[in-house]
Design a protein around this ligand. Sequence first.
Ligand code: FEO
Ligand code: CA
Ligand code: CA
Length: 528
Amino acid sequence: MKNLDRRSFVKFMGGAFAVAPGIFGLISCQRSEASFGISPTNLDNLVLADGLDYKLLLKWGDDLGNGESFGFNNDYTALVPLENGSSLMWVNHEYADPLFVSGYRRGGPRTLKQVDKEMYALGGSIVEIKQDKSGDWKQVENSKYNRRLTAKTKIPLAAPRKIAGKDFGVGTFGNCAGGVTPWGTILTCEENYDAFVGELHHDGRKESSRLGWENFSKDHHPHHYGWVVEVNPRTGESKKLTSIGRYAHECCTVTRSKDGTVVAYSGDDRANEFIYKFVSSKKDSLEVGELFVADIINGKWLSLDINKNKILKSTFKDQLEIQIHCRKAARLIGATPCDRPEDIEIHPTSGEVFVALTNNYNRKDLKNSKNNFFGKVLKISPENGDHLSMNFSSSDAVIGGEESGIACPDNLAFDKLGNLWVTNDISGSLMNKPPYEKFKNNGLYYIPLSGKNAGKTFQVASAPNDAELTGVTFSEDYKTLFLSVQHPGEKSKSMDKLTSNWPDGGNSIPRPSVVQIRGELLDKLMKG
Ligand code: FEO
Ligand code: CA
Ligand code: CA
């Protein structure tokens, strides 16, 4: 795409872009191959491709009954069907924008009441939903299942000993993406915990948090966060899995190896951090097993078992201490720093592991010191397709940039045909500005991995101002796509200078919401 600027290229292709030509071996610019898609836009709306419509399902503040309400900044979503024909929807609530939730402004006075409001807005929601006769999904009112986990819910630590004197953590927050286990529980991942409660490093160094919760709560010890939390959506029972390590977990994606062993993949979404694999040693459980970290350069999984490595043995007092200070341990044994691992999904037929590496503006400790503005999707192919193998090869599945039409890939989902759906996350402060101006608002993109359009990108949705689209989940029949619209209007400087009024329009304050998308285009794409 040397002589066309991106706008005219979009017009020429009718919304389709070629992806990673080296991977798919084709770049074709024939008009006949382009059939749908939208061009990038900065309209303050959830703009969808022709043949798709959306309706709100849940928005911040919605009454969930049982004295609870839907939290802020909905992120990961998951669906667990029930025997009675309805489904339980799990939704992560990652962080609270103080302007809308508590009224706190940085540099201004801070009150316990504000902190309490922010703590309630975080964690997760469990909501029973059901389709009505017209096919619309709606919350089941007064459902006994509806409940909240917040930053104050007491959650046991699944660990061999106490951590900081406790066998539980108070609450969960920074809940970004997650996973569903084969036994029907939800994994919700604690990502940027240090923004709320700071950090306590292995050498004793303390870091204070951006949001200053530690000045109001002595209950929130940093070592109680940064874990994967397993939740039973039927009961709300939950536990923090220390086995998978403590770091800025974007997600946790579970599969089974050929012999049925449970294997989980997770990434640490911080610049120059790592990709991990956990191999369970207990049936239908993630509580015990062995943790590995990826050496991508040599295509090897490195064990973090204290008894298998002299450096680990001499640095840490026990296995749990390695898990608490996972980053340090992984770096010590030669793991490969990455450009911010975000979501991980496993291809439904090939078993290959797709990892979004969103960007890296801080490559200073890498040999290649260039910033990576656009990111990519990395494909990890386990040796012989075996998730238990200690060897793998890797290649680029999608390269971010103008040619692919995607910048900063973040959440991934595979549909039933094995085609890839990607959301992106250009940060609010850089959106519609160089070098990202041509991508406009964040979006949802569809990338067929097979068929005549294999390797092309089609933008199917564009987010309201400042927002990020996350939490792509398909209904069991693939006729509904659920999507989180997170942080619309987050760059608003004050209540009278709102940058978004989505979804209610007019002068209303923006409200993060989960939407349901249906329509003939989705039906057509699911037929192949
Ligand atoms: Fe919460 Fe890495 O996105
Ligand atoms: Ca994310
Ligand atoms: Ca992100």
